[in-house]
Write a protein that binds this ligand. Structure first.
Ligand SMILES: *Cc1c(COP(=O)(O)O)cnc(C)c1O
Length: 299
């Protein structure tokens, strides 16, 4: 089995809480998956692991996948494929526009194909066109069973006495994996970063496959800040504050909204006394490159 190398081992960063929370005996730690690798960062490392191995086993000619011009998934796939010696092709939504993300993906050897937004919607057709070529397809954002199975292995880094595990939700693949690997006393809180993304709960259930396990999920859909990649100055200021207070870097699309939710819930006494909370830092820091350079105090 091919294993993607870690640049740095993931670790739990304890976050000191205010007096009120300490009094209730609540602990918070952030699982720093962002440190694994600068490009195959966070949950992408875990989601891609089994796809890569299936592609290698099936002697696929290359891995093919989809994404937008700032996609963490596109860059992670490009770099992971390079590490595995597997050629890859990325179908990019929209007109040709080379962003820092795409430049890095191309540098890692990914072949980029730009497709119109209309064609992008019909991914099945695209997959049919390339069916003969021995492509191994990975869905947008790494959604799918091998992705969830990979994400379930994130539990290796979460102490079993953890009562609450929280994660940002895009496609829901990581959350499905966290549910699959959870022990019965754990609650998995999903913070969707898209607005009105209720159907994602069904997508998660399709991957988890055990209706009983789905009862361990709590869905908190009020922390999306207006929708995918939407943010305001308050969020950016808070990101700087977390950096100054804890040396905790976050990205504006996913992990900043996650941490906002976690601190808000702690403040509102959402967690029962004695809770041990782990927030999964799912990576994605490269996405901050789309901000003007002076806005964040970290990079
Ligand atoms: C892709 C991504 C997510 C979303 O993961 P899903 O498995 O698609 O829900 C969360 N956080 C970061 C930083 C990501 O890059």
């Amino acid at each position: 089995m091919f294993t993607l190398p870690f640049d740095k081992m993931p670790y739990l960063q304890a976050i000191p809480l205010t007096y009120a929370a300490v009094n209730q005996n609540i602990t918070l730690a952030v699982l720093r998956l962002d440190v694994i690798h600068p490009e195959v960062s966070g949950n992408k490392w875990f989601k891609l692991q089994f796809y890569l191995n299936e592609a290698i086993q099936q002697n696929s000619s290359r891995i093919a996948t989809f994404g937008g011009a700032y996609s963490n998934h596109i860059l992670a796939t490009a770099v992971a494929c390079k590490m595995a010696g597997m050629p890859c092709i990325g179908f990019i939504r929209g007109e040709e526009k080379i962003t820092p993300t795409l430049k890095a993906a191309a540098n890692a050897g990914m072949e980029l194909h730009f497709i119109s937004r209309t064609d992008y919607r019909n991914k099945t057709l695209l997959q049919q066109q390339f069916r003969q070529s021995g492509y191994y397809w990975v869905q947008e954002g790494g959604y799918g069973e091998p992705g969830a199975a990979g994400a379930a292995t994130i539990h290796r880094f979460i102490p079993s006495q953890t009562t609450h595990i929280t994660g940002a939700v895009g496609t829901g693949t990581m959350l499905a994996g966290l549910l699959k690997g959870a022990v019965p006393h754990q609650t998995i809180l999903g913070i969707p970063v898209l607005k009105g993304a209720e159907n994602i709960q069904q997508d998660i259930a399709l991957l988890v496959k055990e209706p009983e396990k789905m009862k361990q999920m709590v869905w908190l859909n009020t922390y999306h800040f207006g929708g995918y990649a939407k943010h305001n100055n308050q969020l950016l200021q808070q990101m700087n504050e977390w950096w100054q207070l804890y040396r905790l870097p976050t990205d504006k699309v996913y992990t900043a909204k996650l941490m906002w939710a976690v601190f808000d819930l702690i403040e509102k006494n959402y967690f029962p006394s004695g809770s041990n909370i782990v927030a999964v830092h799912s990576g994605g820091l490269q996405g901050n490159a789309s901000l003007l350079p002076h806005i964040l105090k970290f990079s």
